[in-house]
Design a protein around this ligand. Structure first.
Ligand SMILES: NC(=O)c1ccc[n+]([C@@H]2O[C@H](COP(=O)([O-])OP(=O)(O)OC[C@H]3O[C@@H](n4cnc5c(N)ncnc54)[C@H](O)[C@@H]3O)[C@@H](O)[C@H]2O)c1
Length: 274
């Protein structure tokens, strides 16, 4: 292996995804798998199709049903994975997403947003999407000789809140904050060998945001147009755009990087709009 290959190597590492049936997780699992990582997918949604797709590409993949909102379930799966596959080295917290009922709209004003909807989106993205899996898997990683890597999924809405998506913005801002908090806490109190970072994807056309970006005939909505106009690279992201950053964050190439939230956004978060 060349020095560069060694730096970016994830070969043989067990990479566990929450939300493994999701769109972004699919592309990242393929990228990490092709790079030689052993993939473990977890989700509450069916995983058979994703597993088949990856196996056809000669990627080692294991699948478990796991609800990120249930810590006992996470602990159960963590034990099972340790026994059946091996110690998890890379945790990708890809479960999460926006919920229309926690967003304002012409029919739903800020004043009428139901507390339950706001709680639900914060529960999914902050507690299930980051904190609970980190509690379980970081503890396991501290027992690994080589430590481990946690990668959270933040959002553009964490830097400056996007209009309408109140609950999601609050949740993702908290995910970025938690990423920094946990990076510091683990390095200071336990081990600098467990690193915690996040990616903040820009605008990727997926099922969670399609209703906001495209109208029924597939044309850009005014919001979709505004996004493209504010993305210096002039396009939506493709899930494959995330792979390089993830391999970097998961490998020794980023050995001195912890507590970072990396935008992958075609320049959206850097652009002042003028
Ligand atoms: N797609 C984008 O443009 C974009 C942009 C920024 C951030 N993100 C974030 O990236 C992450 C992945 O996004 P995506 O677009 O791939 O979403 P997705 O909806 O395709 O995937 C999310 C997955 O999480 C799973 N999930 C939901 N509740 C769960 C639970 N309780 N337990 C276990 N799994 C559960 C779903 O079944 C789904 O498979 C999310 O956190 C999202 O907020 C996405």
């Amino acid at each position: 292996m060349s020095i560069i290959e060694e730096l970016f190597s994830v070969k043989g590492k067990v990479a566990l995804f929450t939300g493994g049936a999701g769109v972004l997780a699919g592309a990242i699992a393929r990228g990490l798998g092709k790079a030689g990582a052993r993939i473990v997918l977890t989700d509450i949604a069916p995983l058979e199709e994703r597993v088949q797709e990856l196996r056809q590409q000669d990627i080692e993949v294991h699948a478990y049903r796991m609800d990120v909102l249930d810590k006992t379930d996470i602990e159960r799966v963590a034990e099972q994975v340790k026994r059946e596959v091996g110690a998890v080295h890379i945790l990708l917290n890809a479960a999460g997403g926006n919920m229309p009922e926690a967003s304002t709209s012409p029919e739903r004003s800020f004043f009428d947003l139901p507390l339950e909807a706001l709680q639900k989106v914060v529960n999914l993205n902050l507690f299930g999407g980051a904190i609970l899996p980190a509690q379980v898997f970081a503890r396991q990683m501290l027992e690994n000789e080589g430590g481990g890597v946690i990668i959270n999924f933040s959002s553009m809405s964490a830097f400056k809140p996007l209009t309408r998506v109140l609950g999601y913005s609050a949740a993702k801002a908290a995910v970025s904050n938690f990423t920094q908090w946990l990076a510091v806490h683990i390095a200071q109190e336990y081990s600098p060998k467990v690193r915690v970072n996040a990616i903040a994807p820009g605008f990727f056309l997926t099922k969670q945001n399609r209703y906001l970006l495209l109208d029924e005939s597939g044309n850009l909505t005014p919001r979709g147009q505004a996004i493209i106009a504010h993305t210096p690279m002039g396009r939506f992201g493709e899930p494959d755009d995330l792979i390089g950053t993830i391999v970097w964050l998961a490998s020794p190439a980023s050995a001195f990087v912890t507590g970072a939230v990396i935008p992958i956004d075609g320049g959206f978060s850097a652009f002042a709009g003028v």
